[in-house]
Design a protein around this ligand. Structure first.
Ligand SMILES: O=C1O[C@H](COP(=O)(O)O)[C@@H](O)[C@H](O)[C@H]1O
Length: 260
């Protein structure tokens, strides 16, 4: 487990811009050293804010978009094109504006897709797609993603891993169908904690007063079953990107002295 590092920005706009700049650098560096990069996107307000900031950043042209694999940490199991789907929102915020290779955009299945309404089959299908993309150097059933981003819900959920539900207890499968999520829609597809922990870097995004309690709980030694965000960490780095409002209830000992 890599211990969390915290960066606190003044407000959510600055957080989104700084995180977008950080992501551009990370992708460019990975492409320079390995020829390609892989990023796992998150849904939610903070994830979409980051994508919109990236779309507006002139430095976005430094990325070779055709050599970038995009995956998702979770998806709302709804029909293709539904405005509530995370992929629909990501397309609107950024993806439609950059020259991605469509074969490298790995959206999670929709409820009117090849698996029909069977969310467990859809999850198994996505797990198989991840496994096929993993190489021997990845040492596992999912690629060692360069960056995996997660929004943090006010209840400490990450991806679609909600406190106490079976999905957060999963230790074998890399992707699961989620039934009865407390946040609509109730049926979802999610990476599990073992899949999340295969990433080189995990970035948790939390902006706004409604995330303050969640950040304080997850960063104060809570268990991952009760606080899924506490169980999300990367192989080489775990980074919490917060704004001042989300950091406002952190224990003083955690608040990074250099933050502004
Ligand atoms: O439903 C979801 O919520 C979380 C958090 O969203 P936020 O709007 O509270 O930031 C998100 O990370 C997840 O991908 C999404 O499906």
């Amino acid at each position: 487990m890599t211990p969390p590092q915290l960066v606190v920005h003044r407000d959510k706009e600055l957080m989104a811009q700084a995180a977008a700049a950080r992501l551009i650098t990370k992708i460019v560096d990975a492409q320079a050293s390995r020829g390609h990069a892989s990023v796992v996107l998150t849904g939610g307000r903070n994830g979409n804010g980051l994508l919109a900031a990236l779309a507006a950043a002139p430095a976005r042209d430094a990325v070779d978009w055709a050599r970038l694999d995009l995956w998702w940490g979770d998806e709302r199991f709804l029909p293709e094109g539904d405005p509530e789907r995370n992929v629909t929102q990501a397309r609107e915020a950024l993806l439609d504006a950059v020259p991605l290779d469509p074969a490298r955009v790995h959206a999670m299945p929709a409820s009117d897709g090849p698996y029909g309404k069977d969310v467990d089959e859809a999850a198994a299908g996505y797990a198989a797609e991840l496994a096929a993309a993993a190489g021997p150097e990845d040492h596992g059933r999912v690629p060692a993603f360069d960056v995996l981003m997660l929004g943090v819900g006010p209840d400490t959920h990450v991806a679609s891993l909600f406190p106490e539900l079976p999905a957060v207890r999963e230790t074998e499968r890399t992707v699961v169908g989620v039934h009865g999520a407390p946040k609509p829609p109730p049926v979802r597809v999610s990476l599990t904690l073992p899949a999340i922990r295969a990433a080189r870097e995990v970035w948790l995004l939390a902006a706004g007063e409604d995330k303050a309690e969640a950040a304080a709980i997850a960063l104060s030694g809570a268990g991952e079953i009760q606080a899924p965000a506490a169980g999300a960490y990367g192989r080489s780095r775990t980074l919490w990107l917060l704004d001042a409002a989300a950091a406002s209830r952190l224990p003083r000992a955690l608040y990074p002295p250099a933050s502004a």
